[in-house]
Design a protein around this ligand. Structure first.
Ligand SMILES: [Mn+2]
Length: 343
């Protein structure tokens, strides 16, 4: 997407009161890109506040200045005050206002400048300056590019680099998806800037609590159903599981991916019962597009290989609905499987 970097440069030429927004249930890319940009903007003399609708997961607690993030749910009045005072907004790792729900109140009619940097499909017109690249691995990769486009690659300090590297690692699943030669060039720059690859990876991948490790065991032993004819595996969790394991937000992160560790699997589904809704996360390999499944049948969306949706039907009904859809996709699953294995 064409953007006017000169206009952005002009905006940033004088000190601004910046508010950075990222999405509800922020992940490594949301928090990493926000903090990476935060450190960069502060080094350029701007005031910066990051406002997230809801709390970030504990494993991101090692990121520099993470304690300076304001959580809207916890501090709505403070957040509104920062938003009132802001002269410039950044919108990171999301592209429609419903991802930040009540935090976005009035923003669509607000005439203060907004800059979006995001890699999700189908951006809505949420900003005056839209940096959109669905082929990018992560918003963190794009934030590095943004700083470089401003001619400031030299301002990527160790703090900036640690934050951006975090989102790249989490959004690519440790360089498993959406990698590119450009991404590895960017990563090389981050390592040159001082990122400690081993330590950041350790914080990210070796951060499970005992509860999470036991929950994973439960999912694999008791809640996994394999449908070999559709190269699909389903993991589900009931309301009772949520109570029994005292599952909190973030505890189920990454469980869906274990299905794809089995040979010949092309689709992984994680279907879980929430108080008023049944949510699902889908993952896939290669050309198999689960985004369209979520969009067409579960009022959701996302990326080709990682998408989410929801259903108001009971858990069992939702699982059955998903299973009954699979024959419609059998040809596509097969084609994707053969394409994937003949490369
Ligand atoms: Mn992302």
């Amino acid at each position: 997407m064409e953007v006017n970097i000169a206009a952005v440069k002009a905006l940033l030429a004088s000190p601004q009161d910046v508010v950075i927004f990222s999405h509800r249930n922020p992940d490594g890319d949301a928090v990493g890109s926000s903090l990476g940009l935060y450190h960069y903007l502060r080094s350029q003399g701007h005031q910066v506040k990051i406002i997230l609708p809801s709390e970030y997961p504990d494993f991101l607690g090692f990121l520099p200045a993470v304690e300076d993030i304001l959580i809207f749910d916890d501090f709505p009045e403070d957040s509104k005050e920062y938003i009132r005072r802001a002269t410039l907004f950044f919108i990171l790792d999301f592209n429609s206002f419903d991802r930040i729900d009540k935090v976005a109140e009035g923003l669509d009619k607000d005439n203060r400048p907004r800059i979006m940097i995001d890699h999700h499909l189908y951006p809505e017109p949420v900003a005056d300056h839209m940096f959109s690249d669905p082929s990018a691995s992560s918003t963190c990769e794009m934030v590095y590019q943004f700083i470089d486009d401003l001619g400031h690659a030299g301002w990527v300090t160790k703090d900036v680099a640690d934050c951006l590297y975090t989102g790249i690692l989490t959004d690519t699943g440790g360089f498993k998806y959406s990698t590119s030669p450009a991404l590895f060039r960017t990563v090389a720059k981050l390592l040159e800037a001082g990122t400690d690859d081993y330590k950041v990876q350790d914080h990210i991948w070796n951060s499970m609590s005992e509860k999470q490790l036991r929950l994973l065991g439960h999912c694999l032993a008791n809640r996994l159903e394999i449908l070999p004819e559709y190269r699909t595996g389903i993991i589900y969790l009931t309301k009772e599981d949520y109570q029994h394991f005292d599952i909190r937000r973030g505890d189920t992160e990454g469980i869906v991916n274990y299905v794809l560790r089995m040979h010949n699997m092309m689709i992984a589904a994680f279907i879980h019962e929430q108080p008023t809704i049944v949510k699902m996360s889908l993952r896939s390999k290669g050309e198999m597009d689960v985004q369209q499944i979520c969009k067409a049948h579960f009022r959701g969306g996302g990326h080709r290989n990682a998408a989410g949706g929801a259903s108001f039907a009971p858990l069992g009904t939702t699982i059955n609905k998903f299973k009954k859809l699979l024959p419609n996709y059998a040809a596509e699953i097969d084609a994707a499987y053969h394409e994937f294995n003949n490369k």
